[in-house]
Design a protein around this ligand. Sequence first.
Ligand code: NAP
Length: 259
Amino acid sequence: MDLGIRGKRALVCASSKGLGLGCAEALAEAGVDLVMNARGADALEAAAQDLRDRFGVRVETHACDVTDEAARAGLIERAAGVEILVTNAGGPPPGLWSDWDREDFIRALDANMLTPIALMKALLPGMMAGGWGRVVNITSQSVKAPIPALGLSNAARTGLTGYVAGTARQVANKGVTINNLLPGIHATDRAVSLDSGVAEAQGISIEEAKTQRAASIPAGRYGTRGEFGAACAFLCSQHAGFIVGQNILLDGGATNMTI
Ligand code: NAP
């Protein structure tokens, strides 16, 4: 399917690896020029060069911590005028409900709620002025069904979800859509780190932790960054203009619910 977005320009945050990279790859395959971001400059440049080589699109890189306000200002300047925004950052650490103090919550809110909101506030006006735009926020299945060990994520991402629900409906009449993609478990470094935590807590190997988790998913396996990126690129396509303010689960059926 031709996604109809060849020649458009996108900012994809936290995209040297994992789900962000999956989104960058799928957009590049659709002919979208990119601004890619991550903290580590070497992995970022390597990922960018790979996409230039494979898809012939223009790829700029901007290495910085997207959750840091001052650093993010430079990224926003670099990305000025983008028609597509994919927000993403690392997820908060796991723990128990009683573990976290105010500073832990502030860090999680900064990374997984206030950063995507700041990016939208900065870049939506340009999209609205141009009469076309697409925003996809990478959140988590934890906004539909809480993950007990990820209380910081449950809290921060639900706040973002509330903001998007209202904002998406205020910008849709300018041709701009905002939607959230909710990953369940995907085979990325983040999954390795979550499985390592389970392995340590239960005294089992990482492979056993992974097999145990995969068995709890109706699809019987982890998702891939390619599948995730394809869903993101579709939401950014010309065909998705009537999909507004939605929260789309990509979890292999793991969240047990009817609607
Ligand atoms: P990942 O494989 O660990 O990749 C994270 C990417 O983000 C890397 O490119 C990393 O590069 C970059 N990054 C991390 N923090 C950053 C920051 N502060 N500023 C800029 N770049 C940053 O993680 P992932 O699995 O793709 O997860 C992406 C998001 O989805 C996370 O918020 C995660 O919690 C959420 N999620 C993932 C899963 C899953 O199963 N994978 C499930 C639910 C939710 P640098 O380290 O060089 O910055």
